[in-house]
Write a protein that binds this ligand. Structure first.
Ligand code: BGC
Length: 741
C-alpha cells in the first residue's frame, strides 16, 4: 500500500494505528484522524448478512461475525439467509448454554469459551454472537436453551470465564440479547414495562458481570422495546446504564433487523446496524446496505446538522477499538477446529450437565441384568443440532444416544420411535395425522411388553413452537402425544427410565410412576455419549437444575398473572411488521408488564409457598454426600467486613462423585419486600469415596444488598440475616445466623 494513500497526517513512518505495540487508544485516535466522514459512517452498518466494512484505503479490515453461541455456525450467503454450502465449515457442536449452566462449574465455562473461541478464530471470525444471558422467566420461552437459567448470580458466574477465555483468541464475545428478550413471541415489537428493582436485581446483573468482570468487547441489542423505546437504540439502557454506569468501551451491535430509527440510532449508543430489511436486490439504492438507518440516512443527518458529527466519531472509536482487539491483533493465535481436545471439552461439559431428578435404584443400568433394552423416542436418533434458529450448527460429527447406547450394551438394544415430530421445522404438531402417531405408539408399546427395561428418550426438539428461536412454546406439556405414550409404556413395563432432552421445563404427569428421570439439554457432538455414559454409570451425574420445574404452568410467577404479564396484550399498531428471517405473530403493538417483579423462578416458589416439582439447584448423584456443621468466622459484619463460612462435605458412598454446595442468604427483616432467600455462592467439589473436603464461602456486604429504586442504589440495612448451606434451593442443610451492623 502506498503511504500517500493514508490520508491527512500521513508520513513516511509506519502510522501509529498499524503499530500493534502502540497503546490501543493511540491507534484508535490515529486511525480516526485519517478517516473521512463517509468512511466513518460506513463502519456503522452491515455490508453483508454477517460482516461490516473496514476502511480499505487504510488497510483496516472488515469485521466478520458468526452465530453463536454453541459453536460456529456454517457460512451464510452474502445477501440472504441461505447456507453457502461450503465443505470446510463443519465444526464441534458444544452443549447448549443451559447445559453449561447446569454444570455449575465455572472451570467448564472457561473451557467452553476457550474451545469455541479457537474454532471461531480458525474460521476467521472476529465476533462470536453469544453467549446469551437473558433470564429464564417462563418455561414457554423458545430460546431458554441458549441462556443460563433463572438466577442472575449463577448466570453471572458462568458467563465471565466464557467471555474471558473466548476473547483470548482475538474473537469478541457479543453478549446477547440486551435486554429483556425473555420471550420469542412478539419479540420484535413487545414493549416491556418492569420495576427498576426487577431490572437491576434480576435481569441486568449477568450482563453487568459480562461487561465489568468478563470485559466483553461487544453486546447485542435485543429486538423488543423497554419503556416504549427499542432496545437497540434505547437511551436509558445503552447511554445511561451500559456506557454510563458500567463504562462499557466495546461495540453495541443490533440484533438482526433491530434498528428502527436513524436519529435514535445516532444518539442512543448503537454502533453497528446489522440485518435490517434489505436483501440487496429490492431496495431503492444500487447497494441495498446504503439504505440502512446508519448508512446514507445517517450521513445526511450529520451533513444537515440534525445530529452532531461527534456521534459518528464515538461509534467509529468503538468499532476501531474492536478491530484492533480482534482482526488487527497481531498476537492472536491461529485457532483450530474439531480437535480431539474440543471433543473432550464438549463431552466433559455434557457429562457434568446431566441432572438426575429421580432414581429408585434402577440406575446405573447394569447391562448384565437385562437381555433386552428397548429405547423409545425420537430424540434418541434426531440430530438436535438442526433447527432452533440462529444457533443451528453443522457438526462434523454427531453421536446420537441410540448409537452410544448400542456401543455400550450391544445387540440387546432395540429401538422404536414411538411418535413422530413431522418432517419440517415449521410443521405443527396438529397437522400430523393422528393415525400415524397411534401406529407408532402401538408399535412401541408392543415392543415394550417384551423388553426387560425401557429407556425413553424424548422431550422437546428444535422445531418451531418448541426450543426454537422466533416462536414460543404453545403448551407446558410435552408435544406429540408423548405423555400418553409414556403412560402406556408404564402400563406394560414397570422398568422405565426417562432420559428426556430439552432446553426447558415441562409437565411430568407420570413422575411418580417411572423408576428414574434424567433431565438433559442439547449436548451437541458428543451428547449421545454423555447421556449413555450417565445411564451406564461411566459418568456419575453431577448437574443441578439451573431453573425450577413447576408442577404446572400457572405455578410460574410470570405465567400466574394472565396475559398482561405473559405474553402481553396487543393494542394499536406496531411500528414494525416483520423481522426478516423470523416468524412474527400479529402486527399490533403488544405491551407487557412483569407483574411477578423480582420474584422469578425459585424466588417465586419460595416466597409464595408454591412448591416446584423439582426445585432450582436440585440434582441427584449415584453417591451420597453428607454436609458437616458449618463454622463462621464472625457473627457480625460491618461495612467493610466479611464472614468466612467453612463447611466440610463428605462422600459417604462407594463411588467418586461431585457435589454442588450452594450458599443462599435471607434478609430477616427489610424495608422493601425481598425474596425469602437468594443464591450468593456455590462450589462444585469432586470427592473420592469416603473423602471429605472443606468448602469455603465468603459473605460480604454486597451479598446482603437489594436495589432501592427510589434512591437508585444498592442498599444494605442493619439487622439480622441468615446464611444457608444447601444442596438445592429447598434442601437447606445448615443455617448460620449473623448480623449486619
Ligand atoms: C437472533 C440473534 C442472532 C442473529 C444473527 C437473530 O435473529 O436473534 O441471536 O445472533 O439473528 O443470526
Amino acid at each position: 500500500m502506498a503511504i500517500s494513500s493514508l490520508g491527512p497526517g500521513a508520513s513516511a513512518e509506519k502510522p501509529v494505528y498499524l503499530d500493534s505495540s502502540a497503546p490501543i487508544e493511540k491507534r484508535v485516535e490515529d486511525a480516526l484522524s485519517r478517516m473521512t466522514l463517509e468512511e466513518k459512517v460506513a463502519l456503522c452498518h452491515a455490508q453483508s448478512k454477517f460482516s461490516s466494512p473496514g476502511v480499505e484505503r487504510l488497510g483496516i479490515p472488515e469485521i466478520w461475525m458468526s452465530d453463536g453461541p454453541h459453536g460456529v455456525r456454517a457460512e451464510i450467503n452474502w445477501n440472504d439467509w441461505g447456507y453457502s454450502g461450503w465443505t470446510n465449515d463443519s465444526i464441534t457442536a458444544f452443549p447448549a448454554l443451559t447445559a453449561l449452566a447446569a454444570t455449575w462449574n465455572p472451570e467448564l465455562a472457561a473451557l467452553y469459551g476457550k474451545s469455541v473461541g479457537e474454532e471461531a478464530r480458525y474460521r476467521e471470525k472476529d465476533v462470536l454472537l453469544g453467549p446469551g444471558v437473558n433470564i429464564y422467566r417462563t418455561p414457554l420461552n423458545g430460546r431458554n436453551f441458549e441462556y443460563m437459567g433463572e438466577d442472575p448470580y449463577l448466570a453471572g458466574e458462568m458467563v465471565v470465564p466464557y467471555v474471558q477465555e473466548l476473547q483470548k483468541n482475538g474473537v469478541a464475545a457479543c453478549v446477547k440479547h440486551f435486554a429483556l428478550n425473555n420471550q420469542e413471541k412478539w419479540r420484535g415489537t413487545v414493549d416491556v414495562d418492569l420495576s427498576d428493582r426487577a431490572l437491576y436485581e434480576i435481569y441486568l446483573p449477568a450482563f453487568k458481570k459480562a461487561v465489568e468482570d468478563g470485559g466483553a468487547w461487544a453486546i447485542m441489542g435485543a429486538y423488543n422495546q423497554i419503556w416504549g423505546e427499542h432496545c437497540c437504540h434505547n437511551s436509558r439502557l445503552l447511554n445511561d446504564i451500559l456506557r454510563g454506569e458500567w463504562n462499557f468501551d466495546g461495540v453495541v451491535i443490533t440484533d438482526w433487523g433491530g434498528a428502527h430509527d436513524t436519529k435514535q440510532a445516532a444518539l442512543n449508543g448503537l454502533d453497528i446496524e446489522m440485518g435490517s430489511y434489505t436483501n440487496g436486490l429490492t431496495s431503492e439504492s444500487a447497494f441495498g446496505y446504503d439504505d440502512y438507518y446508519l448508512a446514507n440516512p445517517y450521513l445526511n443527518m450529520i451533513k444537515s446538522g440534525e445530529v452532531p458529527e461527534s456521534t459518528v466519531d464515538d461509534k467509529a472509536r468503538n468499532i476501531l477499538r474492536l478491530i484492533f482487539r480482534t482482526s488487527m491483533n497481531n498476537d492472536k493465535p491461529y485457532g483450530s477446529k474439531c480437535t480431539p481436545e474440543h471433543y473432550v471439552a464438549a463431552k466433559l461439559i455434557g457429562d457434568e450437565s446431566i441432572v438426575m431428578l429421580k432414581n429408585n435404584g434402577i440406575l446405573p443400568l447394569d447391562g448384565s441384568k437385562y437381555n433386552s433394552i428397548l429405547v423409545v423416542g425420537d430424540n434418541a436418533t434426531r440430530r438436535l443440532t438442526d433447527g432452533g434458529g440462529s444457533s443451528e450448527l453443522k457438526p462434523k460429527d454427531y453421536v446420537s444416544p441410540l448409537e452410544a447406547l448400542k456401543a455400550l450394551y450391544g445387540d440387546k438394544v432395540k429401538y422404536a420411535p414411538g411418535y413422530t415430530c413431522g418432517r419440517t421445522l415449521y410443521e405443527a404438531e396438529d397437522i400430523i395425522p393422528q393415525e400415524e402417531q397411534d401406529k407408532l405408539r402401538a408399535e412401541a408399546v408392543a415392543m415394550a411388553k417384551d423388553a426387560d427395561v425401557v429407556i425413553y428418550i424424548g422431550g422437546l426438539n428444535k422445531n418451531a413452537w418448541q426450543d426454537c428461536e422466533s416462536t414460543d412454546r404453545r403448551e407446558y406439556e410435552l408435544p406429540f402425544g408423548q405423555n400418553q405414550l409414556i403412560e402406556e409404556l408404564i402400563k406394560v413395563n414397570p422398568n422405565i427410565v426417562i432420559a428426556n432432552i430439552s432446553g426447558n421445563a415441562y409437565a411430568m404427569p407420570w413422575v411418580k410412576d417411572v423408576d428414574a428421570i434424567l433431565h438433559t439439554s442439547y449436548l451437541g457432538t458428543m451428547g449421545g455419549a454423555s447421556l449413555a455414559d450417565a445411564i451406564a454409570g461411566n459418568v456419575n451425574p453431577s448437574g443441578k437444575l439451573p431453573y425450577s420445574i413447576p408442577v404446572k404452568l400457572e405455578d410460574c410467577g410470570a405465567n400466574s398473572f394472565g396475559e398482561i404479564s405473559y405474553p402481553g396484550i396487543e393494542s394499536g399498531t406496531a411500528d414494525v411488521v416483520a423481522i426478516p428471517g423470523s416468524v412474527i405473530e400479529g402486527g399490533k403493538q403488544p405491551k407487557q408488564t412483569y407483574k411477578e417483579d423480582i420474584f422469578v423462578g425459585y424466588r417465586w416458589h419460595d416466597t409464595k409457598k408454591i412448591p416446584a416439582l423439582f426445585p432450582f439447584g436440585y440434582g441427584l448423584s449415584y453417591t451420597d454426600f453428607e454436609y458437616g456443621k458449618p463454622v463462621a468466622s464472625e457473627s457480625v459484619i460491618g461495612e467493610n467486613g466479611k464472614i468466612t463460612i467453612e463447611v466440610p462435605v463428605t462422600n459417604k458412598g462407594d463411588r467418586e462423585g461431585s457435589e454442588i454446595v450452594q450458599l443462599y442468604i435471607s434478609d430477616l427483616k427489610s424495608s422493601l419486600p425481598r425474596p425469602k432467600k437468594e443464591l450468593k455462592g456455590f462450589q462444585k467439589v469432586k470427592l473420592a469415596p469416603g473423602e471429605t473436603k472443606t468448602v469455603s464461602f465468603e459473605v460480604t456486604p454486597d451479598a446482603l444488598k437489594y436495589f432501592d429504586d427510589k434512591k437508585h442504589e444498592w442498599v444494605v440495612e442493619p439487622g439480622k440475616f441468615k446464611a444457608h448451606i444447601a444442596a438445592s434451593s429447598t434442601d437447606i442443610r445448615h443455617s448460620v445466623p449473623f448480623e449486619y451492623k
